[in-house]
Write a protein that binds this ligand. Structure first.
Ligand SMILES: Nc1ncnc2c1ncn2[C@@H]1O[C@H](COP(=O)(O)OP(=O)(O)OP(=O)(O)O)[C@@H](O)[C@H]1O
Ligand SMILES: [Mg+2]
Length: 427
């Protein structure tokens, strides 16, 4: 394959995938970007298909029919389902880890044992698939204590328990298979860590990698980080919490031992490794790994990349060494998520969305929970849109993002007005 006029197929339907499609389309190597299944905004901008993310066979035939040169997999579920393995088996290049690599996200119990084996700093823990030993372990824990369903749970499988009674109930509930099905049949009980949370995204090719700017997201639905957890109400990058010196240390203490450990386990890890870090008094500790780009973090990380994204994705997918030097713009980016009132609980759907008629400089509207209906774009999810602003400073990025937020309307529009507050209170 010559690296020009390439056809790329992005898998997914969220803000992450809209951003990936837009950024891939900017590459001089790319002729066409297609997406399946997409959303209301993606489908207006790119050729889209109706094949769902869990239909491996459908995606493989689509990629063959359309002569796709590179498949870029957005979400974790198809990665854990072995989509990349299935594509490889028919000779199609795909960005993302194979099923063996995806275990780092698909099994929290596997990951904790892996981290312990390779001495990567993380919270003290125990893995359990039986109730009695889990309850016994809890007797030796100091609350608060964290109880996690080991398998994929769409961001809902983690409970921070204020007392042991709550923790016991969480363990029994998960192991019974009642609330999390198969994903809860094994649980991780973990020490509660205190500190600031940051995310580090790496584009990996075995032991070689490129580190993207550090970002911070806002999981809580309410202002001042109050209320229920969500998929993310906003994010920004870079964060001043992590200096270049600190990053260099995390690379030595966390990144390199992790990638070397994967190699030792026989895993040739290709794709995104998202490292969720807690910056504690005793140094940075791994909270979790994800094996795909974060959503909404993608929306603020990729616009800061000065290199060609597709060139990096190709190197990773092919298992070639990543470049030693990658350039990032000397800018900041912020995404403010536009949600529906009621989210993460019940919320209305089908409301017509009005977008600004003239573009706003340095601002981009990313679609997430939207769909087309009778020629109009309507709301179709809890997180509807992402308003992304970029600028020379985080303040400038914020001003652009919120200018766009104000210019968008639909009846149940809800957003947090304090995205980036931690950074602004520091600087
Ligand atoms: N040991 C811990 N101490 C304190 N807080 C924790 C701990 N583990 C998890 N958390 C909190 O719970 C959140 C979710 O945990 P985790 O990242 O393991 O779950 P997840 O469902 O995989 O999340 P994501 O949807 O981001 O992939 C973390 O972002 C963090 O805020
Ligand atoms: Mg996770």
């Amino acid at each position: 394959m010559k690296d020009e006029n390439m056809k790329i197929l992005v898998i997914g339907s969220g803000g992450r995938e809209h951003t990936l499609a837009k950024e891939c389309a900017k590459s001089p190597l790319v002729g066409q970007v297609m997406v399946t299944p997409g959303n209301g905004g993606i489908n207006r901008e790119f050729t889209s298909f109706a094949v769902g993310v869990e239909d491996n066979r459908g995606i493989v035939s689509l990629a063959l029919d359309e002569n796709i040169d590179l498949v870029v997999v957005g979400p974790e579920v198809p990665l854990c389902n072995g989509l990349v393995d299935d594509l490889k088996a028919v000779g199609i290049l795909a960005y993302g880890p194979d099923a063996a690599g995806a275990q780092l996200e698909g099994s929290k119990a596997y990951t904790k044992d892996f981290l312990a084996k390779y001495s990567v700093p993380t919270a003290a823990y125990g893995n359990f698939s039986e109730v009695a030993p889990a309850l016994q372990y809890l007797e030796g824990c100091q609350p608060p204590v964290v109880v996690k369903a080991s398998g994929l749970a769409a961001g809902k499988g983690v409970l921070i328990c204020e007392n042991l009674q709550e923790a016991r109930a969480a363990v029994e509930d998960m192991l019974s298979g009642e609330s999390f099905g198969e994903s809860g049949k094994e649980v991780v009980i973990e020490e509660f860590l205190e500190g600031e949370e940051v995310s580090l995204h790496l584009i990996c090719s075995g032991e070689s990698y490129v580190a993207m700017p550090m970002s911070q997201d806002h999981k809580k639905v309410g202002e001042g980080d109050a209320g229920l957890n969500t998929g993310g109400m906003g994010a920004y990058a870079p964060t001043s919490l992590v200096t270049p010196g600190m990053l260099a240390r995390y690379e030595e203490e966390i990144v390199k031992p992790t990638l070397a450990g994967l190699k030792a386990e026989g895993v040739d890890f290709r794709g995104t490794l998202y490292i969720g870090l807690m910056l504690t008094e005793n140094g940075a500790k791994v909270l979790e790994f994800n094996v795909r780009f974060g959503d909404p973090e993608t929306q603020v990380i990729l616009p800061l990349l000065a290199n060609d994204l597709v060139e990096l994705l190709l190197k990773s997918a092919r298992g070639e060494p990543m470049p030693d030097q990658v350039a990032f713009k000397d800018e900041s980016a912020m995404v403010v998520v536009l949600a529906s009132h009621g989210y993460p609980g019940a919320y209305p759907k089908g409301e017509v969305i009005t977008e600004p008629e003239t573009p706003i400089a340095d601002a981009v509207l990313i679609h997430a929970g939207t769909r087309e209906k009778d020629g109009k774009v309507v709301t179709a999810g809890g997180r509807v849109l992402g308003a992304v602003g970029t600028g020379a400073s985080l303040t400038a990025a914020r001003d652009r993002a919120y200018e766009l937020v104000e210019a968008v309307s639909y009846e149940s529009k809800y957003f947090r007005s304090d995205i980036g507050h931690r950074e602004f209170s520091r600087t």
